[in-house]
Design a protein around this ligand. Structure first.
Ligand SMILES: Cc1cc2nc3c(=O)[nH]c(=O)nc-3n(C[C@H](O)[C@H](O)[C@H](O)COP(=O)(O)O)c2cc1C
Length: 153
């Protein structure tokens, strides 16, 4: 059975909600085990033991938050079982840089063993504290389903 670890950081709860919806999507495909956890409570060694790691961050100043960067850097120093990765973010500003791009770049540089399963997902929030804009949450579930199907092929 393929195993997926979903790790996120969040200040106001929106990125956590995105992570939960992704897990819900993965759950719609049979035969995939998931774990989900806040980055502050996550031992990278545990995540390293899963087949795929999904990493989510709010966009702060056009990039991911520090805790997520640190997590990626720590993964780079481990002997990973994991082969696959995908990233997601939340953001407000449409025409500004989003965290996904920088997370993908950092993973490519620091953890080259991890290959992208799917391109990163960016989810729009209406204001600093949210809520997530209408029509965005179904994208999270779809993202989860897509990842789960990829892992089964
Ligand atoms: C310090 C700080 C910096 C931010 N910078 C950006 C930014 O550069 N671009 C953007 O679209 N949103 C920015 N935001 C809005 C966040 O993306 C938004 O608060 C976040 O998506 C909400 O997710 P959360 O509930 O998981 O914290 C910023 C928010 C904070 C608190």
């Amino acid at each position: 059975m393929a195993k997926v670890f979903v790790v996120y950081d969040t200040k106001y709860g929106n990125t956590k909600l995105v992570a939960e919806k992704i897990v819900e999507g993965i759950g719609e495909v049979e035969g995939i085990e998931t774990a989900i956890s806040d980055v502050e409570e996550t031992d990278p060694k545990k995540a390293a033991d899963y087949d795929a790691i999904l990493i989510g961050s709010p966009t702060h100043f056009g990039g991911p938050v520090r805790g997520i960067n640190k997590f990626i850097d720590k993964l780079g120093k481990l002997d990973l079982k994991a082969k696959w990765v995908a990233v997601f973010d939340t953001y407000i500003k449409e025409d500004f840089e989003k965290a996904v791009k920088k997370m993908e770049k950092r993973i490519n540089e620091k953890v080259p063993r991890l290959k992208l399963i799917v391109p990163g997902l960016s989810i729009k929030v209406g204001d600093m504290k949210g809520p997530i804009v209408d029509g965005e949450l179904p994208k999270c579930k779809e993202f989860g389903i897509k990842i789960a199907r990829q892992l089964k092929t």
